[in-house]
Each structure stands twice: as structure tokens, then as C-alpha cells.
Design a protein around this ligand. Structure first.
Ligand code: SF4
Ligand code: SF4
Length: 301
């Protein structure tokens, strides 16, 4: 049985496909979008975070760490330091739960057991399970076995993907999903490289390949003021999506700032500290770019 690295299992999710869903977040993503609101999902390995508000500055983590003598002697043990082995001793020693390990290795059976707890809600709401991340394509064998296991138990399945990865793996995953939630951010390759760290060509090619085999695709576009919400970019995305026959709807997702706090907890800088969420007028303008292309577009989702 496959094992995967999972960083969250979110029950009663209403935003990752139809109905009530359980969203399983897999760790690791090939992109590094500066606005990412799940930065704890980016690294394909376990990592530490500290919830500042819970820290009692008691120093127990420092006492537990085998490397404390090599670190500056004042203050709370940092989340990231050179010799850290992710042994987890500081997490066990922390009396307030301020130090947490992100990422747990789980078998398919363990995840399935969690997911099945809400079976009755899926039935009543036409919901199901969604694999998200991070990026499910980073753990293709685990993701496929998990989707197969879900289907074998009669669950409706969805995959939320950035689309960057091996086309064979991607289409294999998509064939096991009743719905594919597909993220698009920029049409221009240079802008995509600048803000997401990789080319968008494989993403656009995989979406076109998906469209040839799948009839249930929802495209999701984050709307980030001063970053990707210009008319040129949104209209270019809308024109491309309008050529695809399997896209059922487009969801425009307003940028929000929850990522800022998470970046801080991971000891990482946050590049969008000065960017505000879009106003209602900005969201309406974004929506109109997609409606003008004849798409079923909606804010949120
Ligand atoms: S995980 Fe282990 S090595 Fe890393 S900071 Fe905590 S106690 Fe130290
Ligand atoms: S053990 Fe926990 S509460 Fe105490 S200083 Fe370390 S992080 Fe803060």
C-alpha cells in the first residue's frame, strides 16, 4: 500500500467542489507562487512551524533540542536552523502546542478511514473527497491509489491541481477524478516564471490534453490586485479557456491574506505584505472579462 505525506485533512469543506467535501492536502508543490495561502504545503518534506500567539516563552523547546548549544542563547528556538534533523523533540516538549510538525506520513487506508467518517454528508449533499495541496501530482502513485480506494467505496472524487507535471501522471490522475479543479494564474510565460517560479507551458498543454479526455473541469483563477488582475491577462486566460469544451465553470478566487500569517509561522518572508484583497469593483471587473468570453464565471467557489 502506498504511503503519502499529508499536511491537512479538512472536513466539511465547501469550497473545493460541489457539496460537503473532505479535502486531503498533499505536501509538495513544483510552483512557488508569492501569494500562496498554503505555504506549509510547498516543501515536499516535513517542516516545523511556530504559532506565535501560543508561545509561553518557557524555553522547553530549547532544552529539548540536541542542537540548542549551537544556537543563539536567547529567545524561542527558531523554526529553521542549520543542523535541525526534524526529530520532533521540541514539538513533544512544547507544553502549549506552539511548535508543530507539518506533514504526516499516512497510508491510503489511514486517509480513507478519515474520509469515510463523513460519508453520510457526502451522500446528502452530492459531495465527496478532493485531493489538493501543495500539488497532488507531486505524489502521483499515492494520489492514484487513494482515488481508486475512494471510488471503490462509492465516493465522488475531485482533484485540485496547478497542472504542472508529467502529462501521463496527470491524465492518469484525472481519469480517476469525477471533477478536476484546474488553477490558472497567468497566460504570459515570462510573468508566470516571475511570480510562480516555473514556465506555464506544461500547464497550458496539460489543460488542453485534459480537455480532450474529461468533461468536468472547473478552472480556478486567483485574483491578485496589481499582480495578475490586469485586463490583458484576464482576457487572455478567458480567451484560452473559451476554446475548451470540457470546462463547466470558471471560479475567480479573491486573494486573501491568510498566507501572511502562515509564512511568518514557518519563518519565511512574505512578499505580498502590501497587497490588499480585491474590492467588490475589482472582482466585478475581473468577472466581466470572463463573462464577455461567454463563460459561466462566478466569484468565489
Ligand atoms: S526538530 Fe529536533 S533538531 Fe529540530 S529544532 Fe526541534 S528538537 Fe531541534
Ligand atoms: S516550548 Fe513551546 S511555548 Fe515554550 S518557548 Fe518553546 S515554542 Fe514557546
Amino acid at each position: 500500500m502506498q504511503r503519502g505525506l499529508v499536511f491537512n485533512i479538512q472536513r466539511y469543506s465547501l469550497h473545493d467542489g460541489p457539496g460537503i467535501r473532505t479535502t486531503v492536502f498533499l505536501k509538495g508543490c513544483p510552483l512557488c507562487c508569492s501569494w500562496c495561502h498554503n505555504p506549509e504545503g510547498l516543501a515536499p518534506a516535513r517542516e516545523l512551524l511556530v504559532v506565535e500567539g501560543r508561545c509561553a516563552v518557557c524555553g522547553e523547546c530549547r532544552k529539548a533540542c540536541p542542537f540548542a548549544a549551537q544556537l543563539p542563547s536567547n529567545g524561542v528556538l527558531p523554526t529553521r536552523h542549520e543542523p535541525c534533523l526534524l526529530c520532533g523533540r521540541c514539538v513533544e516538549a512544547c507544553p502549549t502546542g506552539a511548535r508543530q510538525m507539518v506533514g504526516r506520513e499516512m497510508t491510503v487506508a489511514e486517509v480513507l478511514e478519515e474520509v469515510l467518517k463523513d460519508f453520510v454528508f457526502y451522500e446528502e449533499s452530492s459531495g465527496g473527497v478532493t485531493l489538493s495541496g501543495g500539488e497532488p501530482l507531486m505524489q502521483p502513485a499515492f494520489a492514484m491509489e487513494l482515488l481508486e480506494a475512494c471510488r471503490a467505496r462509492g465516493l465522488r472524487t475531485a482533484v485540485d491541481t496547478c497542472g504542472f507535471g508529467c502529462t501521463d501522471h496527470f491524465l492518469g490522475l484525472a481519469r480517476l477524478a469525477d471533477l478536476v479543479l484546474y488553477d490558472l494564474k497567468f497566460m504570459d510565460d515570462a510573468r508566470h516564471r516571475e511570480h510562480c517560479g516555473v514556465s506555464n507551458r506544461p500547464i497550458l498543454e496539460n489543460l488542453a490534453a485534459l480537455d480532450r479526455i474529461h468533461r468536468s473541469i472547473w478552472v480556478r483563477v486567483p485574483v491578485i490586485p496589481s499582480m495578475n488582475d490586469d485586463e490583458e491577462n484576464l482576457s487572455a486566460i478567458a480567451r484560452f479557456v473559451s476554446t475548451l469544451s470540457g470546462v463547466r465553470q470558471v471560479n475567480l478566487l479573491p486573494y486573501h491574506r491568510t498566507g501572511a500569517q502562515k509564512h511568518r509561522r514557518l519563518g519565511q518572508p512574505y512578499a505580498l505584505a502590501d497587497v490588499e484583497p480585491p474590492t467588490a469593483a475589482q472582482m466585478q471587473r475581473a468577472l466581466e472579462a470572463f463573462l464577455a468570453a461567454g463563460l459561466d464565471a462566478r466569484a468565489g467557489g
